[in-house]
Design a binder for this molecule. Structure first.
Ligand SMILES: Cc1cc2nc3c(=O)[nH]c(=O)nc-3n(C[C@H](O)[C@H](O)[C@H](O)COP(=O)(O)OP(=O)(O)OC[C@H]3O[C@@H](n4cnc5c(N)ncnc54)[C@H](O)[C@@H]3O)c2cc1C
Length: 521
């Protein structure tokens, strides 16, 4: 029975990144009493935590922004083609101020547990620092990439220098000047941070397990003519992006034919043009780069050739050449990443054969050799998509734990709900396009869906909502079936949980935004 001494909210939202902020805005507008709990001391989520040098969005600023308010999208002025972390954080703070969101957000408050009371159809939510309250609905806006994945390495406590994870960067920053720095990890964050750190540090040692494909972002000041054009037709521009496979890039041509039907020269020319333009549209020239190994090999070899052209030392270039299919791991965008390995103060160390053995008080040991370092940066990514949910003790019907239900991999209906957990919603949850889409678009679509759903329940006088077992089973099968028509499952990516020891290997996001939206309607 609901304990009447504890406050009751219509909705508790966990997280105040772009998902939680917009969720609060919509729920408040629809007349639901709502409280948001946020572990950090400010809004912005990803862009609050990831303050590492070089942190930047890989989606263009005119697209990576909210579309729900015409005034907001007209008044905000981006400065670069791709926004850097400080600018996105300023934007998030501007949104919080403009829509007076802060008054309903409790900062520095972590939700540690939530359990569903079947008799009252309410969630009892427990926070730290201590507090409990009831909520009729619980919305998890905890983020797909918000639980840092820091490896456990012997000797970490004994290292006398500084250790930082890119996803939990110290607010005061790190001064690399004159220091010997080691960066562990060459995924998106590493690829962004390495060129900037290399400019400051006395020495930089990059410890690489898997080389990654990276395409030049070709970042620069925002094209004012383009901005004027987009702002003159923003609703149409947003609608066009929502019709795109990844909810972005409608300005670019997406090829509808096979790379195998084109001559090698044509494919090279197309890739060459796209390399100059920069960005994810690089592999959008043909429709089978992510479906056919043979087609994929053409794009992959193109990038490897570029790496060999850019990097002067052939042995280093070879180490930087990825071998897996291109695009099955998150494609990186960079600014002078490969060029950085021509600098005299940068060294690349391959840890694929000889993993990092331990840290000593002075540095890091791999392949039987000690590298002396003052700072170690872990750019080792996240326990993606499920980590932030399973780290909370969430208990549904009959006390079942989400963590246990997902021990073999996440199972959801539409990436929005989970059998056995009524009245709980996951924004950009596993089984939805989430990380394979422009995430702000994916967030807005989910938030709008959840709001509509809650309004529907209120209007009909329904106390709870829950997916059926059949619907969830069919959905999980659908997500897998789509993934299996592509090359995505062929390499060890965080989409599959492969970066976290012991995590079940399950492809978590759903490929294709527009067909997903259709299924949600
Ligand atoms: C380095 C980096 C680059 C990225 N680049 C892109 C990009 O180019 N394009 C793109 O579309 N997306 C990108 N993303 C994904 C990015 O996460 C999303 O675009 C978006 O910011 C997600 O917003 P969110 O609100 O869903 O989650 P987040 O921004 O992750 O916010 C979740 C919030 O929930 C809080 N939280 C989690 N658990 C709890 C708890 N138990 N109690 C209280 N609070 C909690 C966290 O502190 C966090 O503030 C990137 C992510 C990273 C890390």
């Amino acid at each position: 029975m609901t304990d009447s001494t504890k406050p009751v909210q219509d909705v508790v939202v966990v997280g105040a990144g772009f998902a939680g902020m917009y969720m609060l805005y919509r729920l408040r507008s629809a007349g639901f009493s709502t409280i948001v709990f946020e572990a950090g001391s400010g809004v912005g989520g990803t862009w609050y935590w990831n303050r590492y040098p070089g942190a930047r969005c890989d989606v263009e600023s005119l697209e990576y922004s909210y579309s729900f308010s015409e005034e907001l999208q007209q008044e905000w002025e981006w400065t670069e083609r791709y926004p850097a972390q400080p600018e996105i954080l300023r934007y998030a703070n501007h949104v919080a101020d403009r829509f007076e969101l802060r008054k309903d957000i409790h900062f520095e408050t972590r939700v540690v547990a939530a359990s569903f009371d079947e008799r009252s159809s309410r969630w009892l939510v427990r926070t730290e620092p201590g507090g409990e309250l009831w909520a009729r609905f619980l919305v998890m806006a905890t983020g797909c990439l918000s639980s840092a994945n820091t490896p456990t390495i012997d000797g970490m406590d004994g290292f006398v220098g500084e250790i930082a994870h890119t996803g939990r960067w110290p607010r005061d920053g790190i001064d690399f000047c004159g220091k010997r720095v080691g960066v562990v990890g060459t995924g998106s964050s590493g690829v962004q941070a390495i060129p900037v750190i290399a400019e400051q540090a006395a020495e930089l040692v990059v410890f690489q397990r898997t080389p990654n494909y990276s395409i030049p972002a070709q970042n620069g000041p925002l094209d004012l003519e383009l901005e004027r054009e987009v702002k003159a037709h923003y609703p149409e521009f947003r609608a066009a992006n929502r019709r795109m496979h990844g909810a972005l890039g409608s300005r670019f041509r997406y090829g509808q034919t096979s790379a195998l039907a084109a001559s090698d020269e044509e494919v090279q020319r197309d890739l060459d043009e796209r390399w100059q333009i920069g960005g994810f549209a690089f592999i959008a020239g043909y429709n089978d780069f992510l479906r056919s190994r043979e087609a994929n090999a053409k794009a992959a070899e193109f990038v490897r050739r570029r790496i060999r052209e850019i990097v002067r030392d052939p042995a280093v270039a070879e180490l930087l050449c990825p071998k897996q299919v291109i695009g099955c791991k998150r494609l990186c965008l960079d600014t002078h990443y490969f060029e950085t390995f021509n600098r005299p103060n940068v060294r690349l160390v391959d840890v694929s054969e000889h993993p990092i053995e331990r840290l000593t008080s002075r540095g890091l040991v791999t392949g039987g050799r000690e590298y002396e370092l003052d700072v170690i940066v872990f750019a080792t990514g996240f326990d993606a998509m499920t980590g932030s949910l399973t780290r909370i003790d969430i208990r549904g019907r009959g006390g079942i734990r989400l963590r246990d239900e997902w021990s073999g991999g996440p199972r959801t209906y539409l990436g929005l709900g989970v059998v056995g957990f009524p009245n709980l919603f996951t924004i950009t949850g596993p089984g939805s396009p989430s990380v394979l889409a422009n995430m702000i678009v994916a967030i807005e679509q989910h938030v709008d869906w959840i709001t509509d759903c809650l309004v529907y329940l209120r209007r009909g006088g329904y106390a709870s909502i829950e997916a059926t077992v059949e619907a969830q089973d069919a959905w999980v099968e659908h997500v897998n079936a789509i993934a299996d028509t592509t090359l995505y499952p062929t390499c060890n990516s965080w989409y599959l949980g492969a970066n976290v020891p012991g995590k079940p290997r399950v492809f978590m996001p759903l490929i294709g935004f527009p067909p997903y939206v259709e299924k949600c309607n």
